[in-house]
Design a protein around this ligand. Structure first.
Ligand SMILES: C[S@@+](CC[C@H](N)C(=O)[O-])C[C@H]1O[C@@H](n2cnc3c(N)ncnc32)[C@H](O)[C@@H]1O
Length: 224
């Protein structure tokens, strides 16, 4: 199933391919789609993920992967030309530690793609508020789901570093009723949903006033 962020992936991946890497490490490779696309271009592509299920599925698909977390990568310094981290940095328990670790194993740099909202636009501010609401439920259950992250979060994590940031936004309208349904189903995840339900009602009322648009993207490049 396609995800709104997919609209930004081709440009993000071209930024990596433009460096003409011989090798890439994909941190939090998920279903392995990027590993396959990199491999098709003749790039030696390796993935790490902390999910045993993801590892098993990737190995069955013939991909080169290892089970590891981003803040303890089992590779020597400068093992890969480029390191990619797509839709995963908001799951890092310690952003600074993981960014430093990805930089350690990169020869050229680290390329990050994550969802982002332009909160100066009311339909985006409403979408960001709903995103924060869902992330708070994940955190209430012990999961790590931060953000949406902005350039400031990366600067705070790596003060003194030069950080290249590009924001991208294609305004795609999102159906408020469908989002309300999805969020209401999310309430099933928690035991005492009253406070979250009240907050959701308020956010959905805001969304009906402003409309909703899908997320934009933040591209962050950390060069060595
Ligand atoms: C939202 S998915 C994104 C998958 C893929 N990169 C993509 O763009 O579609 C996040 C992936 O990162 C993995 N993950 C989350 N936190 C991680 C961490 N700290 N270290 C390694 N993998 C992690 C998850 O298991 C999951 O496969």
């Amino acid at each position: 199933m396609s995800h709104p962020i997919d609209i930004y992936r081709p440009e993000f991946e071209e930024r990596i391919f433009a460096v003409k890497p011989k090798s890439v490490l994909d941190v939090g490779f998920g279903d392995g789609a990027f590993l396959r696309r990199a491999h098709e271009r003749g790039i030696q592509a390796t993935g790490v993920d902390h999910s045993d299920e993801r590892i098993q599925a990737a190995r069955e698909g013939g991909l080169s992967v290892q089970c590891a977390v981003a803040d303890a990568l089992p590779f020597a310094d400068r093992s890969f030309d480029c390191v990619a981290a797509q839709l995963v940095v908001h799951h890092f328990p310690d952003l600074r530690k993981s960014l430093l670790e990805m930089l350690r194993v990169a020869r050229f740099g680290v390329f990050i793609l994550d969802p982002w909202f332009d909160e100066t636009i009311p339909s985006q501010a409403s979408a960001a508020a709903l995103e924060r609401w869902m992330k708070a439920i994940d955190r209430a259950q012990g999961g790590v789901n931060n953000g949406p992250l902005t350039a400031e979060d990366f600067q705070r994590a790596l003060p003194g570093a030069t950080i290249d940031v590009a924001y991208r936004l294609t305004l795609v309208p999102d159906a408020v009723d469908e989002r309300a349904e999805k969020c209401t189903a999310y309430l099933d995840k928690i035991d005492k949903p009253e406070t979250f339900r009240k907050e959701l009602d308020r956010l959905i009322a805001d969304a009906r006033r402003t409309g909703l648009t899908s997320e934009g993207a933040i591209f962050v490049t950390l060069a060595r």
